[in-house]
Design a protein around this ligand. Structure first.
Ligand SMILES: [Mn+2]
Length: 323
């Protein structure tokens, strides 16, 4: 008996009433929500909502991450024909994952942006729904973490990144993608002792108590042992994963604003994310995908895979709670 595999669907992001299930839609056509999930503002019964934040005003080098959400969504349409490989369950069929669309903001009023984003994320969290945010430059993680901390208390952050983003800054509303973590730790919304940065390969004078597993340590230890260290640091508390795509080596992910050599391979990142199964993940983001610097589209493909892994980790954490 052969299984039927007919590509008969189109625009499932808008037309599918059933918010669960795989899709058989041509990957090169149709409306591209993330993983072809239903495009909706309805949060009723949703487990995790994907949202895009097309903002790159806080970049210090090359801009372009405002095109990240659209590129990641398009790249993700290669995936939802089948359940994510190797997890042993299918969050696309067992859980309700929706695409909440992008943040609405006025680029002519950047001063309003942080509060607008924080309120956007808080609206989703207040409905009891987790968020996966597609960036956007790394500044966006600061308003997101403010919303998370308001709901869950200080967050344990797992940050994949070439840069610590802990460079000293003032404590005002100045926006800089290289200081979001400095402001987050200093304002008490991040639990530094239970947080960790992975893939670092740029200098930082003061890590403010945040743990570091730099890129060279991952290369020497191997990804499984590195992930075991991460789990020991993070422990049981509410946790958030922020994945800056420049954690990967620019040989694999050149489409980013501030590339640095010596980075993680996709294999290392994939094994590490899998090995974090069991953490109390409350949400996450994928940031700094700037597709214009990558004619191959590979960077957006990496971003889409990271996003899928974060959904799997989140839904696995829900299962752990008996859902
Ligand atoms: Mn970075």
């Amino acid at each position: 008996m052969t299984q039927e595999r007919t590509f008969r669907e189109v625009d499932t992001a808008l037309l599918n009433d059933d918010r669960k299930g795989l899709t058989l839609e041509n990957s090169f056509a149709g409306v591209t929500s993330f993983l072809r999930r239903r495009y909706t503002k309805d949060l009723q019964g949703v487990d995790m909502a994907v949202t895009g934040v097309a903002f790159d005003t806080a970049t210090s080098n090359r801009s372009g991450a405002r095109f990240g959400p659209r590129a990641i969504r398009e790249a993700s349409s290669l995936q939802p024909y089948e359940r994510p490989y190797g997890w042993g369950f299918d969050p696309l069929s067992e859980n309700v994952i929706t695409d909440y669309g992008d943040l609405a903001f006025d680029p002519g009023r950047p001063q309003d942006f942080p509060a607008t984003l924080q309120a956007h994320i808080a609206t989703i969290l207040d409905a009891g729904v987790g968020t996966l945010t597609l960036g956007g430059d790394h500044f966006i993680t600061l308003p997101i973490l403010r919303a998370y901390a308001e709901r869950f208390g200080p967050m344990r952050v797992i940050q994949f990144d070439a840069h610590s983003d802990l460079w000293p800054d003032d404590d005002t509303e100045r926006m800089d993608h290289g200081t979001f973590m400095y402001k987050a730790v200093r304002s008490g919304i991040v639990d530094a002792a239970h947080s960790v940065q992975i893939g670092i390969r740029t200098e930082c004078s003061d890590y403010l108590g945040v743990n570091v597993i730099d890129a060279f340590e991952v290369h020497e230890l191997g990804p499984k042992a590195a992930a075991a260290k991460v789990r020991a640091i993070v422990g049981e508390g509410p946790c958030y994963i922020s994945f800056d795509i420049d954690a990967l080596d620019p040989g694999f992910a050149p489409g980013t604003g501030t590339p640095v050599w010596g980075g993680l391979t996709p294999n290392q990142a994939a094994v590490m994310l899998r090995a974090l199964d069991g953490i109390a993940l409350k949400g996450g983001d994928v940031v700094e995908v700037a597709p214009a610097y990558d004619a191959t589209g590979a960077t957006a493909v990496m971003g889409a895979h990271v996003g899928t892994e974060l959904i799997c980790l989140y839904c696995k954490a829900l299962k752990g709670k008996g859902k």
